[in-house]
Design a protein around this ligand. Sequence first.
Ligand SMILES: [Zn+2]
Length: 453
Amino acid sequence: MPSFDEFSIRAPRSTGDIILISSSKIFNLVYTISKSLNEPEGARRREKVLRNGNNPTVIDQRNATRLRVLEQIRTSGQISRIDIAASLQTSPATVTSATADLMAAGLIHETAGEASPDAAKRGRPRVLLELNANSNIIAGVKVARDVIMVMLVDFQGNELAQTQFRLTEPRMSAETLVVTIGRAVNEACETLGKNIADVSGIAIGLAGQVVAEQNFIYWSSSITENNVDLDPILSQQLPCPAFVENDANLVAKGEQLFGLGQGLQNFLVITIEHGVGLGIVLGGALYRGERGCGAEFGHTKVQLDGALCQCGQRGCLEAYVSDYALMREAVIAMQDDKPSSVADIRKSAEDGNPSAIAVLERASRMFGMGVSNLVNLFDPERIILSGRTSSIEHLCSEQVKEHIRNNVVQVDAPTPEILAHDWGGLMWAKGAAAYGIEQVSVLQVLEMNAHGA
Ligand SMILES: [Zn+2]
């Protein structure tokens, strides 16, 4: 298993290749991703802030330009004013004015780049602009069943700290959860000699049906109440803005920006842990559905009147393939050798225990059926299974792939490739941090206006 600060990309099982890349390098790739990938997201963020009324200031032309310039700098890493003007198809004077405002607000600064051929003749190094890393600390948070993972990053996305905060209860009231998240973030800040008041924004990944634009939770396996407007609780309990998003969407965002989804237009990310989640990227943008909860793959039905799911309904895919479902099955089937984890079940199956083999085979068949339905619906270029190796390896076996091939509409073309990705917990928090940087950028530009900049 990779350690928490490593990031492994596991090739299909048949090749056995494992490539390890340092996490900070991968995270920095966020800035080299093409602008077109980020544009729909950026537009949605702006829309969210306006609809939310986080700031009563209407976004005017000047702020819209500042935001576009800031996004261009963020996605480029380092860029000259003239190149920003060319990319945005606007005048150098407009860019000079916007960058002066952003510099005055401390969000960007100048840095000497390599001398361009023209500039070298005049003996001057080329001046580039980059985000001011020290201007903001942003927290990415993933709430899992037994732990809250926190990653602190600077405004450029460089990792500053990461911590894990143990949970004694998997499910709690919305208010208790928010208070606990605050404690977890504060604990992470203390490792830097700071506290939560030094954080500019907290992005939170939650399992369940989350309307990100409104910080509204229809249902979450981490929260005891249904239909919770989390916004007022976040404002009351946390000293900085907070943004909630479905956790599988954050993993899809992470895969798109610095994982196995880079450069792809149409791909799906299936997350497997206690539950089963799905992130859908279509045409380079995250698809959320009209009500903001359109990707509940785990609760699609694979069996009429089937096994009981944690959502309260029967026959959901999750009730057959998630960690809790496997444990429930295995504890009954393996009376003589009761497993205490999914890894135990896999170990028993490898040792030839027929009950363990039967439990995993049933899960694999159900999963294959579910994935073939996804292929029939979306025809994606790639499907990424994201989770811990112990939870996903049996789900991308040759047997499952064969099952998928047999159940998709037959055309004379290969089925989408299915790759497993063990992120060791890091992907969730990194995806959340990337989301937080986008959100904080919007808020800070709007604040410039409020201050009359
Ligand atoms: Zn369900």
